[in-house]
Ligand binder design. Structure first.
Ligand SMILES: Cc1cc2nc3c(=O)[nH]c(=O)nc-3n(C[C@H](O)[C@H](O)[C@H](O)COP(=O)(O)OP(=O)(O)OC[C@H]3O[C@@H](n4cnc5c(N)ncnc54)[C@H](O)[C@@H]3O)c2cc1C
Length: 404
């Protein structure tokens, strides 16, 4: 395995340099290297084992696509309970496991190791600070211990996570809409299934979650338009949560979550994948699955372009058509759901959850063979609209009469 810390001066010119060894970049690297291309991955983190700011919940389709080893999967989930701003509850249950909870740090290490085993050169602890074009392709400039050293490549894959500066300098613009996700690993009692809290009374569009990972450990998170870490601390301080906490010291991390795609995800010699391109579900902020689909589509197009010795933007434009065909409409519908949810008052959200608890619509949708954990925005929109219409015929009476 060729994992190196720091970049050595490189005389070889790679077919592809991948900037970012997160889940999207390392998955792409393994596929490209397996296809016979010379590949280098440059990853800024020294230790890819540190706890990532991510809950690590994916649909079963992600495990199939990426071919996850069983030890990366901590557990599977068949149900979740939604809690309205006024404490009304609604349980969603499926006869089959819909979601998997992953050992997120192990996932990152495994994907990076796979890239190295497939033949990619992997440099960790190295930051790309400059990308210059030349007649032969690109020259990447490094910082830190590798200052002054560079890597040459015919093409690049930008997989550097949310990075408007980098895509801006490459003249691709920046993702226009972000939310912020906050994450904490905590110890709690009495969390036996995923709990999702709609916190519209604190901020429009805000929601929080608790995901059990076994042995009293729980991943807590929030997605909000701002100040996510503060909202997460406040959420963990609510009586219904605090009373179940086992530990007092809680480390909270936060980072931006793109909720719209980059306007253009290719140019001469390069493609952009994963969070860097906004390949993320706008409803939940989940990006592992769409990032992997984009990586696979990008690899197919780039590999073909390299074999033809034509990495022009005209040839690479097929990448954007491919990922849009796979999940472009899901991103658009998801944005509409997010925008509608963001406009609802806490009373409306409470009433919709109350309506869903009484109706069998959600059960029928989830049990239908066409339902997909990853392509849920159509079902969510139907549920929201039907719920809003259902509550119009009834006056609203908040459960418990006040915020939970
Ligand atoms: C609180 C929270 C919870 C989440 N929960 C889920 C979930 O349950 N399920 C899900 O599917 N998604 C979830 N996500 C989103 C998911 O984590 C991301 O979509 C996913 O990590 C994207 O992978 P990526 O490889 O595209 O980007 P990243 O994971 O951001 O990886 C990018 C990599 O590039 C490196 N890098 C950046 N700049 C440079 C540089 N200049 N030089 C070298 N390296 C560089 C970074 O160090 C990083 O390792 C969550 C996000 C948040 C914030």
């Amino acid at each position: 395995m060729h994992v190196r810390n720091g970049a050595s001066p490189v005389s070889e010119r790679y077919d592809v340099a991948i900037i970012g060894g997160g889940p999207s970049g390392s998955y792409a690297a393994a596929l490209l290297a397996s296809g016979g291309h010379s590949v280098v991955v440059v990853e800024k983190k020294q230790d890819t084992g540190i706890i990532p700011c991510c809950t690590g919940v994916v649909g079963t389709a992600y495990a199939e696509l990426v071919g996850l080893e069983p030890d990366v999967i901590i557990s599977s989930a068949m149900s979740a309970t939604f809690v309205s701003p006024f404490g009304r509850q609604f349980q969603v249950a499926s006869p089959h496991p819909q979601a998997l909870v992953l050992d997120r740090a192990l996932l990152e290490r495994r994907l990076l190791r796979r890239a190295a085993m497939a033949g990619a050169d992997v440099h960790t602890g190295v930051v790309v600070v400059g990308i210059e074009r030349n007649s032969a392709g690109f020259e990447l400039r490094m910082a830190g211990d590798s200052r002054g050293k560079s890597i040459m490549s015919r093409s690049i894959v930008v997989a550097a996570g949310v990075n408007p500066g980098m895509t801006g300098r490459l003249e691709l613009g920046a993702v226009q809409h972000y939310m912020v996700g906050a994450h904490a690993e905590i110890e709690m009692d009495g969390v036996s299934e995923t709990e999702i809290y709609m916190l519209q009374q604190e901020a429009r569009g805000l929601f929080a979650w608790l995901v059990p990972t076994g042995n009293h450990t729980v991943r807590a998170g929030v997605l909000s338009h701002r100040a996510a870490a503060g909202f997460l601390r406040r959420f963990l301080d609510r009586a219904a949560v605090r009373s179940r906490l086992r530990n007092g010291q809680i480390q909270v991390s936060q980072r931006p979550v793109p909720v719209a795609a980059l306007g253009c995800t290719y140019a001469d010699g390069l493609i952009v994948i994963g969070d860097a391109a906004g390949h993320v579900k706008p409803t939940t902020g989940g990006g592992l699955y769409f990032g992997a689909i984009a990586a696979r589509a990008g690899v197919e197009v780039l590999s073909d372009a390299l074999k033809r010795d034509d990495v022009s933007s005209a040839r690479l434009s097929r990448f954007e058509r491919e990922w849009k065909r796979e999940f472009g409409s899901e991103l658009q519908r998801g944005s509409r759901v997010r925008s509608l949810y963001g406009r609802l008052s806490p009373e409306r959200v409470d009433a919709v959850i109350g309506w869903m608890a009484e109706s069998d619509l959600v059960d029928r949708m989830i049990q239908s063979p066409s339902f997909s954990f990853d392509r849920h925005s159509g079902a969510l929109m139907t549920g929201l609209m039907r719920g809003l219409m259902g509550q119009l015929v009834r006056p609203h009476s908040p459960a418990g009469g006040g915020a939970a």
